[in-house]
Design a binder for this molecule. Structure first.
Ligand code: FES
Length: 185
């Protein structure tokens, strides 16, 4: 083993980038020699380390998201008083937040004793949707998407997933939200 680190030492640096001997290399390269074989080796090893770290972080991230969504779906939402029945006429709508601080939900009175409520974001690209009780649909004006008012399922346009439905309970003349039902079909 030698201590001579210059390019002129063939044992230390048998290969130079341009194939010329160490003495013919520019002065700066002689002053700062690089062992190309070691350099390649370290780069490959570092690259493999990097790949392992990135794929490990990616896998951990996926696990975290799955655990988070499992804990969210298992989480019981609080019951919230939304409105008095008498405050909403048949065909009338009411926007509220459930749970408080969430994106808007929209309540629609279908008849004397039937109410529906959905997330107000379109399942296509999240535009706010507008109920049209007179046509029994919910309309998304962004790309002319339509949902069935009674089920929240898409019936026309680009959306292909139903609107998230707010589970309602009616008691003592009041409407309560008790949960959110996210559906894929
Ligand atoms: S965002 Fe609603 S149809 Fe595109």
């Amino acid at each position: 083993m030698t201590d001579d680190l210059t390019l002129s030492n063939p044992e230390r640096n048998p290969a130079t980038p341009d194939g010329r001997s160490g003495e013919d290399q520019p002065r700066w390269r002689q002053d700062f020699p690089i062992d190309l074989s070691q350099y390649d080796y370290i780069s490959r090893r570092d690259f493999i380390k990097f790949l392992i770290l990135v794929s490990g972080a990616f896998t951990a991230g996926q696990f975290f998201l799955v655990l988070q969504s499992l804990s969210r779906s298992a989480e019981q939402l609080p019951t919230l008083e939304v409105a008095d029945i008498d405050d909403i006429p048949i065909g009338g709508t009411y926007v509220f937040e459930y749970p408080p601080g969430s994106p808007s939900r929209i309540l629609v009175r279908l008849s004397d004793d039937r109410f529906v409520a959905y997330e107000q974001q379109c399942t296509h690209l999240l535009c706010p949707v507008i109920p049209e009780p007179e046509n029994n649909v919910i309309h998304c004006p962004c790309h002319e998407g339509y949902f069935d008012l009674e089920s929240g399922r898409p019936i026309a346009g680009p959306p292909n997933r139903p609107l998230a439905r707010v589970v309602l309970e009616i008691r003592d003349g009041k409407i309560f939200a008790t949960d959110i039902e996210r559906r894929t079909v």
